[in-house]
Design a protein around this ligand. Structure first.
Ligand code: MN
Length: 287
């Protein structure tokens, strides 16, 4: 069993564009090796938005060298990118976008959600790509709520929506470049679960709702992040109250991380190239 090494909290909200009031739980600027293969985690909301006719969100911006995973719990996000693709991500849906060699996209509240207003709750996770795949072709997987299997946890502890990885005979639909597990776990008060994480792998849990505790007695509340040590296999989560947790695990990518805003590469020269490629339009444009 892995032991807990930290509970991270960030009570400081900042806005991404004018649509996403987020708390950053970690970023590659802190200590990239600690969270590898994950680069950044932002938790938006839950916040209530008033109805509006305006477009709220963030306009055209690039990414290169990693993947962005948008997990919508409440509300709806519309996106459009330089490959010509567009779509929306609603409650329970996931957009797994591979920026790879470069993409330019925009992320806004959908028109329907902006008009109706209501609760908004979202997570965005950045997943690193290994050096060999950083310049892969850009694209995304649109993973609808119906494609994500919900499996009962052992001993009636709750349920797991498996987004990536495999467990309990279920297979998460997301295709990943390195071994990764992502799950949306609901636990009933007083129950616990031991999630399978390999020895040597990173394990994290973002509490979305309620209060949970770990095997060594640490407790975490909504919007707090639990991190476990790499040594040992499996992580235990117990629900102090009814709880919902985003579970993340993966094999660390043992390569240099050099990031500059929306570009995360392996060297300073590659960052300079990314800036030049973006400025000259080689990552594409939004029409
Ligand atoms: Mn983006």
């Amino acid at each position: 069993m892995k032991s807990t090494f930290h509970i991270q909290r960030n009570t400081q909200t900042h806005w991404v564009g004018d649509g996403f009031p987020v708390r950053t739980l970690f970023s590659y600027q802190d200590d990239p090796a600690l969270f590898s293969p994950f680069l950044m985690l932002e938790h938006a909301g839950p916040t209530a938005f008033e109805p509006t006719a305006e477009r709220r969100g963030v306009g055209a911006h690039p990414h290169r060298g990693f993947e962005t995973v948008t997990i919508v719990l409440d509300g709806e996000v519309s996106h459009r990118d330089s490959t010509g693709a567009l779509g929306s991500v609603g409650p329970g849906d996931v957009q797994w976008m591979t920026a790879g060699a470069g993409i330019v996209h925009e992320e806004f509240h959908s028109e329907a959600f902006a008009r109706s207003g209501g609760p908004f709750h979202m997570v965005q996770l950045w997943v690193n790509l290994p050096a060999r795949d950083k310049m892969t072709a850009p694209g995304y997987q649109s993973i609808g709520v119906a494609q994500i299997p919900t499996v009962p946890l052992p001993d009636g502890a709750g349920t797991l929506r498996l987004i990536a990885g495999s467990w309990l005979g279920a297979q998460g639909p997301a295709r990943t470049f390195t071994p990764i597990q992502v799950g949306d776990v609901r636990l009933q008060a007083g129950h616990s679960v031991t999630l399978p994480v390999l020895d040597g792998h990173t394990a994290l849990a973002l509490v979305l709702q309620g209060r949970v505790k770990t095997a060594d007695g640490a407790q975490a509340d909504a919007s707090e992040l639990i991190g476990w040590r790499r040594e040992g296999a499996g992580v235990m989560l117990g629900a102090v109250t009814d709880a919902r947790v985003l579970w993340l695990a993966g094999e660390p990518i043992d390569e240099p991380v050099l990031g500059h805003g929306p570009f995360v590469m392996n060297s300073q020269a590659q960052i300079r190239q990314a800036l030049a490629d973006y400025q000259s339009g080689r990552m594409g444009r939004l029409d």
